[in-house]
Design a protein around this ligand. Structure first.
Ligand code: NAD
Ligand code: DAU
Length: 353
């Protein structure tokens, strides 16, 4: 089987669900179940013997050693992280703890486990680290997209902590020979995305009749990738990626935030028309995120050239599926937006309005 960390979060849960559509190989899914981890997302697997869920913190060395010894995975796919930039601005400590110290603790447990494998299993073993394009910093409008050789220049506590984890993963390969792979992906969107991030937050605020809070001038650019395309890229790198290499993953789809929100409003106007106007009327420009990166763009030619991967969805098809999913799954949204979520929204947005 394989070990997945963070498999109750947005991308991790999509990865687990997709994996079982393609494989019968088991998954042991290790997740601390922070506010961002939700087992209801995985309820279709509750009687599926291929899936074992273990609630544990990747920063708990004994728990990691015990899971590895018990389940003897042939690979680890490491998603677990604190992932929201705005939360990292309000409270960076948890980001250093999970993303840096937690990844270090996991790497130490994996190194000890891997050293105890026989020669054949050691050669076949993989540790795939799921990282982000934010480690490369911010681009100007005319700059070339990030490639695998772009220098690291993280700007937020989130991206700095992810950069720290990337460096540790690299060092464990260089120093100890651990067979690692790293992916650096752009902004994902799709089903089961926690409604603190741009796209699900805007959908939710729109249908609840709340303001749609766009930071700054709304001209910050992100590259958007439908989440199942990220999952297929990870499966591709896991099975065929060259050990020690990093692969950039992106959607060839750069767009300014204000245009993304406009498209969402148009889709909602079509799929859930509201009386007396357009959802665009709810758009509200609010004070900017401190240190807000202006532009991310990904050069994803290496993964295409070496491994033949390209995204299957366009932004048009992916965004429509996403809006339809949120309209049809309001019970999931209500289930994950607890009191903690309402406190967060108050913390992040009350000063801005
Ligand atoms: P998420 O916040 O939705 O989920 C994170 C998951 O990790 C949750 O289930 C949470 O409970 C779990 N977790 C957090 N701390 C933990 C700990 N100490 N021990 C065990 N589990 C813990 O995040 P996501 O958006 O699914 O991102 C997953 C990974 O992909 C992250 O490493 C992130 O940096 C990376 N990434 C995300 C994006 C994106 O657009 N969301 C893009 C590129 C890369
Ligand atoms: O690039 C990959 C990264 O994408 C991942 O590593 C992160 O885990 C993920 O959260 C995401 O980071 P961003 O900061 O780009 O995502 P977020 O959805 O928070 O914001 C997207 C853009 O929208 C960003 O420019 C800020 C803006 N924004 C966001 C929110 C929540 C707004 O204008 N208003 C908002 O309310």
């Amino acid at each position: 089987m394989i070990l997945v960390t963070g498999g109750a979060g947005f991308i991790g849960s999509n990865f687990v669900l997709d994996w079982f559509r393609e494989h019968d190989e088991g998954i042991v899914n290790v997740d601390k179940l922070t506010y961002a981890g939700n087992l209801t997302t995985l309820k279709s697997l509750s009687h599926d013997t291929r899936h074992v869920f273990v609630r544990a913190d990747i920063g708990d060395a004994a728990a990691m050693a015990s899971v590895l010894a018990q389940y003897k995975p042939r690979a680890v796919v490491h998603f677990a992280a604190e992932s929201h930039v705005d939360r990292s601005i309000h409270g960076p400590a948890e980001f250093v703890q999970t993303n840096v110290v937690g990844t270090f603790t996991l790497l130490e447990a994996v190194r000890a486990y891997w050293n105890g494998l026989d020669e054949e299993a050691r050669l076949a073993f993989r540790f795939l680290h799921v990282s982000t394009d934010e480690v490369f910093g911010s681009l100007e409008a005319a700059d070339a997209p990030f490639s695998e050789t772009t220098a690291y220049a993280p700007n937020s506590p989130y991206s700095a902590s992810k950069a720290g984890s990337d460096h540790l993963v690299r060092a464990y390969h260089h120093t100890y020979g651990l067979p690692v792979l790293t992916t650096n992906c752009s902004n994902n969107y799709g089903p089961h995305h926690f409604p603190e991030k741009l796209i699900p937050l805007m959908i939710q605020h729109a249908i609840e009749g709340k303001p749609l809070p766009i930071y700054g001038d709304g001209r910050n650019v992100r590259d958007w990738l439908y989440v199942t395309d990220h999952c297929s890229a990870i499966r591709t790198v896991l099975s065929a990626g060259r050990v020690g290499e990093t692969y950039n993953v992106g959607g060839w789809n750069e767009m300014a935030n204000v245009d993304v929100v406009g498209l969402l409003c148009d889709l909602l106007d079509e799929l859930k028309p509201k009386a007396g106007g357009s959802y665009r009327d709810q758009i509200k420009f609010v004070p900017d995120r401190p240190g807000h990166d202006r532009r991310y763009a990904i050069d994803a030619r290496k993964i295409e050239r070496e491994l033949g991967w390209r995204p299957a969805e366009t932004f048009e098809t992916g965004l429509r599926k996403t809006v339809q999913w949120y309209l049809a799954n309001q019970d999931w949204v209500q289930g994950v937006t607890t009191g903690e979520y309402r406190t967060w929204v108050e913390t992040n947005y009350s000063q801005r309005h």
